[in-house]
Design a protein around this ligand. Structure first.
Ligand code: DGJ
Length: 301
């Protein structure tokens, strides 16, 4: 996927914000040599945390590079944004009361023991974003995450918690800068990550992956009438050859594109031993009578 300057798009674990007729894409900048973190019981491959990039588009096809929205820092190991840390899965929403753009992201140490959500703000959609701090919402671990802004303006942080065993949904404060005490445990002991949420006809749909590091696995989805749950699991939304590996990818975000039931499912195709070469997979997602389908297309296999 190339930007309008013919450079490869570098925006992994991405999210998209639609604002005033423009789509803004935010993602992890993965650049540099991939190394394997020693002493881990799982395949912990890393590149230096490169900060967060921003691209803009009016048609979801032509993406203009808008620069680094959130810069990392060098040589400050205690700083959340140090290049030796983990800065993953950025998501941005607009707060119409404060007129600020609010970015939440997963902040971690290279062994994933820190497990916090970081927050940054900007007056401008493309940034630069000013990093505030990171937090364990209500003292709970927070790894893979997404943000969801509901029709009533309330926003929620959804994250893998409890050593990735259980997900949680937490209502944010009115300014979107703090977790509130209102939170729920969902998909209890189901070991899911890579959450991506959308709303269709009043119901909340949450697509997640299994936990297998950078290697792909089967997605599943769950549905709820209330964003805080309970959620009912409904199996794999992917259809066709490759469905058992989400077509070699892992969910990151879902955008409503046009009409009532059409969405764009955005996923990462991680290249675990050379993370800079990780690719993307964007596929149409439909909902029919509550059934979610992500279709296998020739190019996706
Ligand atoms: C899976 C997560 O979904 C990714 O964002 C990343 O944290 C990798 N694990 C690290 O192995």
């Amino acid at each position: 996927m190339y930007d309008t300057d013919h450079n490869l798009v570098n925006a992994h674990g991405a999210g998209v914000m639609y604002h005033n007729g423009v789509y803004y894409l935010f993602g992890e900048i993965k650049k540099g040599k991939t190394w394997s973190v020693s002493g881990q019981s799982w395949e912990d491959y890393r590149v230096p945390a490169g900060g967060i990039s921003c691209y803009s588009s009016k048609d979801l096809k032509h993406w203009k590079y808008e620069g680094v929205a959130l810069s990392p820092v060098k040589g400050q190991p205690d700083n959340d944004l140090d290049t030796g840390r983990v800065i993953e899965r950025p998501k941005v929403i607009y707060n119409s009361k404060t007129k600020q753009f609010v970015m939440w992201m997963h902040i971690d140490k290279k062994d994933y023991s820190y497990s916090q959500s970081g927050v940054a703000v900007s007056d401008n959609p493309i940034g630069p974003y000013h990093y505030i701090s990171s937090v364990k919402p209500n003292g709970q671990m927070s790894r893979d995450m997404t943000l969801f802004k509901d029709d009533d303006g309330k926003a929620y942080l959804i994250y893998s918690s409890e050593q990735n065993n259980t997900m949680q949904v937490c209502l944010l404060s009115d300014d979107y800068l703090h977790p509130t005490k209102t939170y729920s445990r969902i998909l209890v002991n189901r070991r899911r990550e890579a959450p991506a949420m959308f709303k269709n006809e009043g119901k909340y749909y949450l697509i997640t992956s299994d936990c297998s590091g950078w290697s792909p696995n089967a997605a599943t989805y769950a549905v709820a009438d209330n964003i805080l749950g309970p959620y009912k699991e409904n199996g794999n939304p992917c259809v066709g050859p490759g469905a058992n590996t989400t077509f070699q990818s892992q969910s990151t975000y879902i955008i409503k594109v046009r009409g009532k039931n059409n969405y764009l499912f955005m996923a990462d195709r991680w290249n675990k031993t050379d993370l800079e070469k990780s690719d993307y997979l964007w596929l149409p997602l439909t909902v029919n009578n509550g059934k979610v389908e992500i279709k296998s297309v020739a190019a996706a296999n």
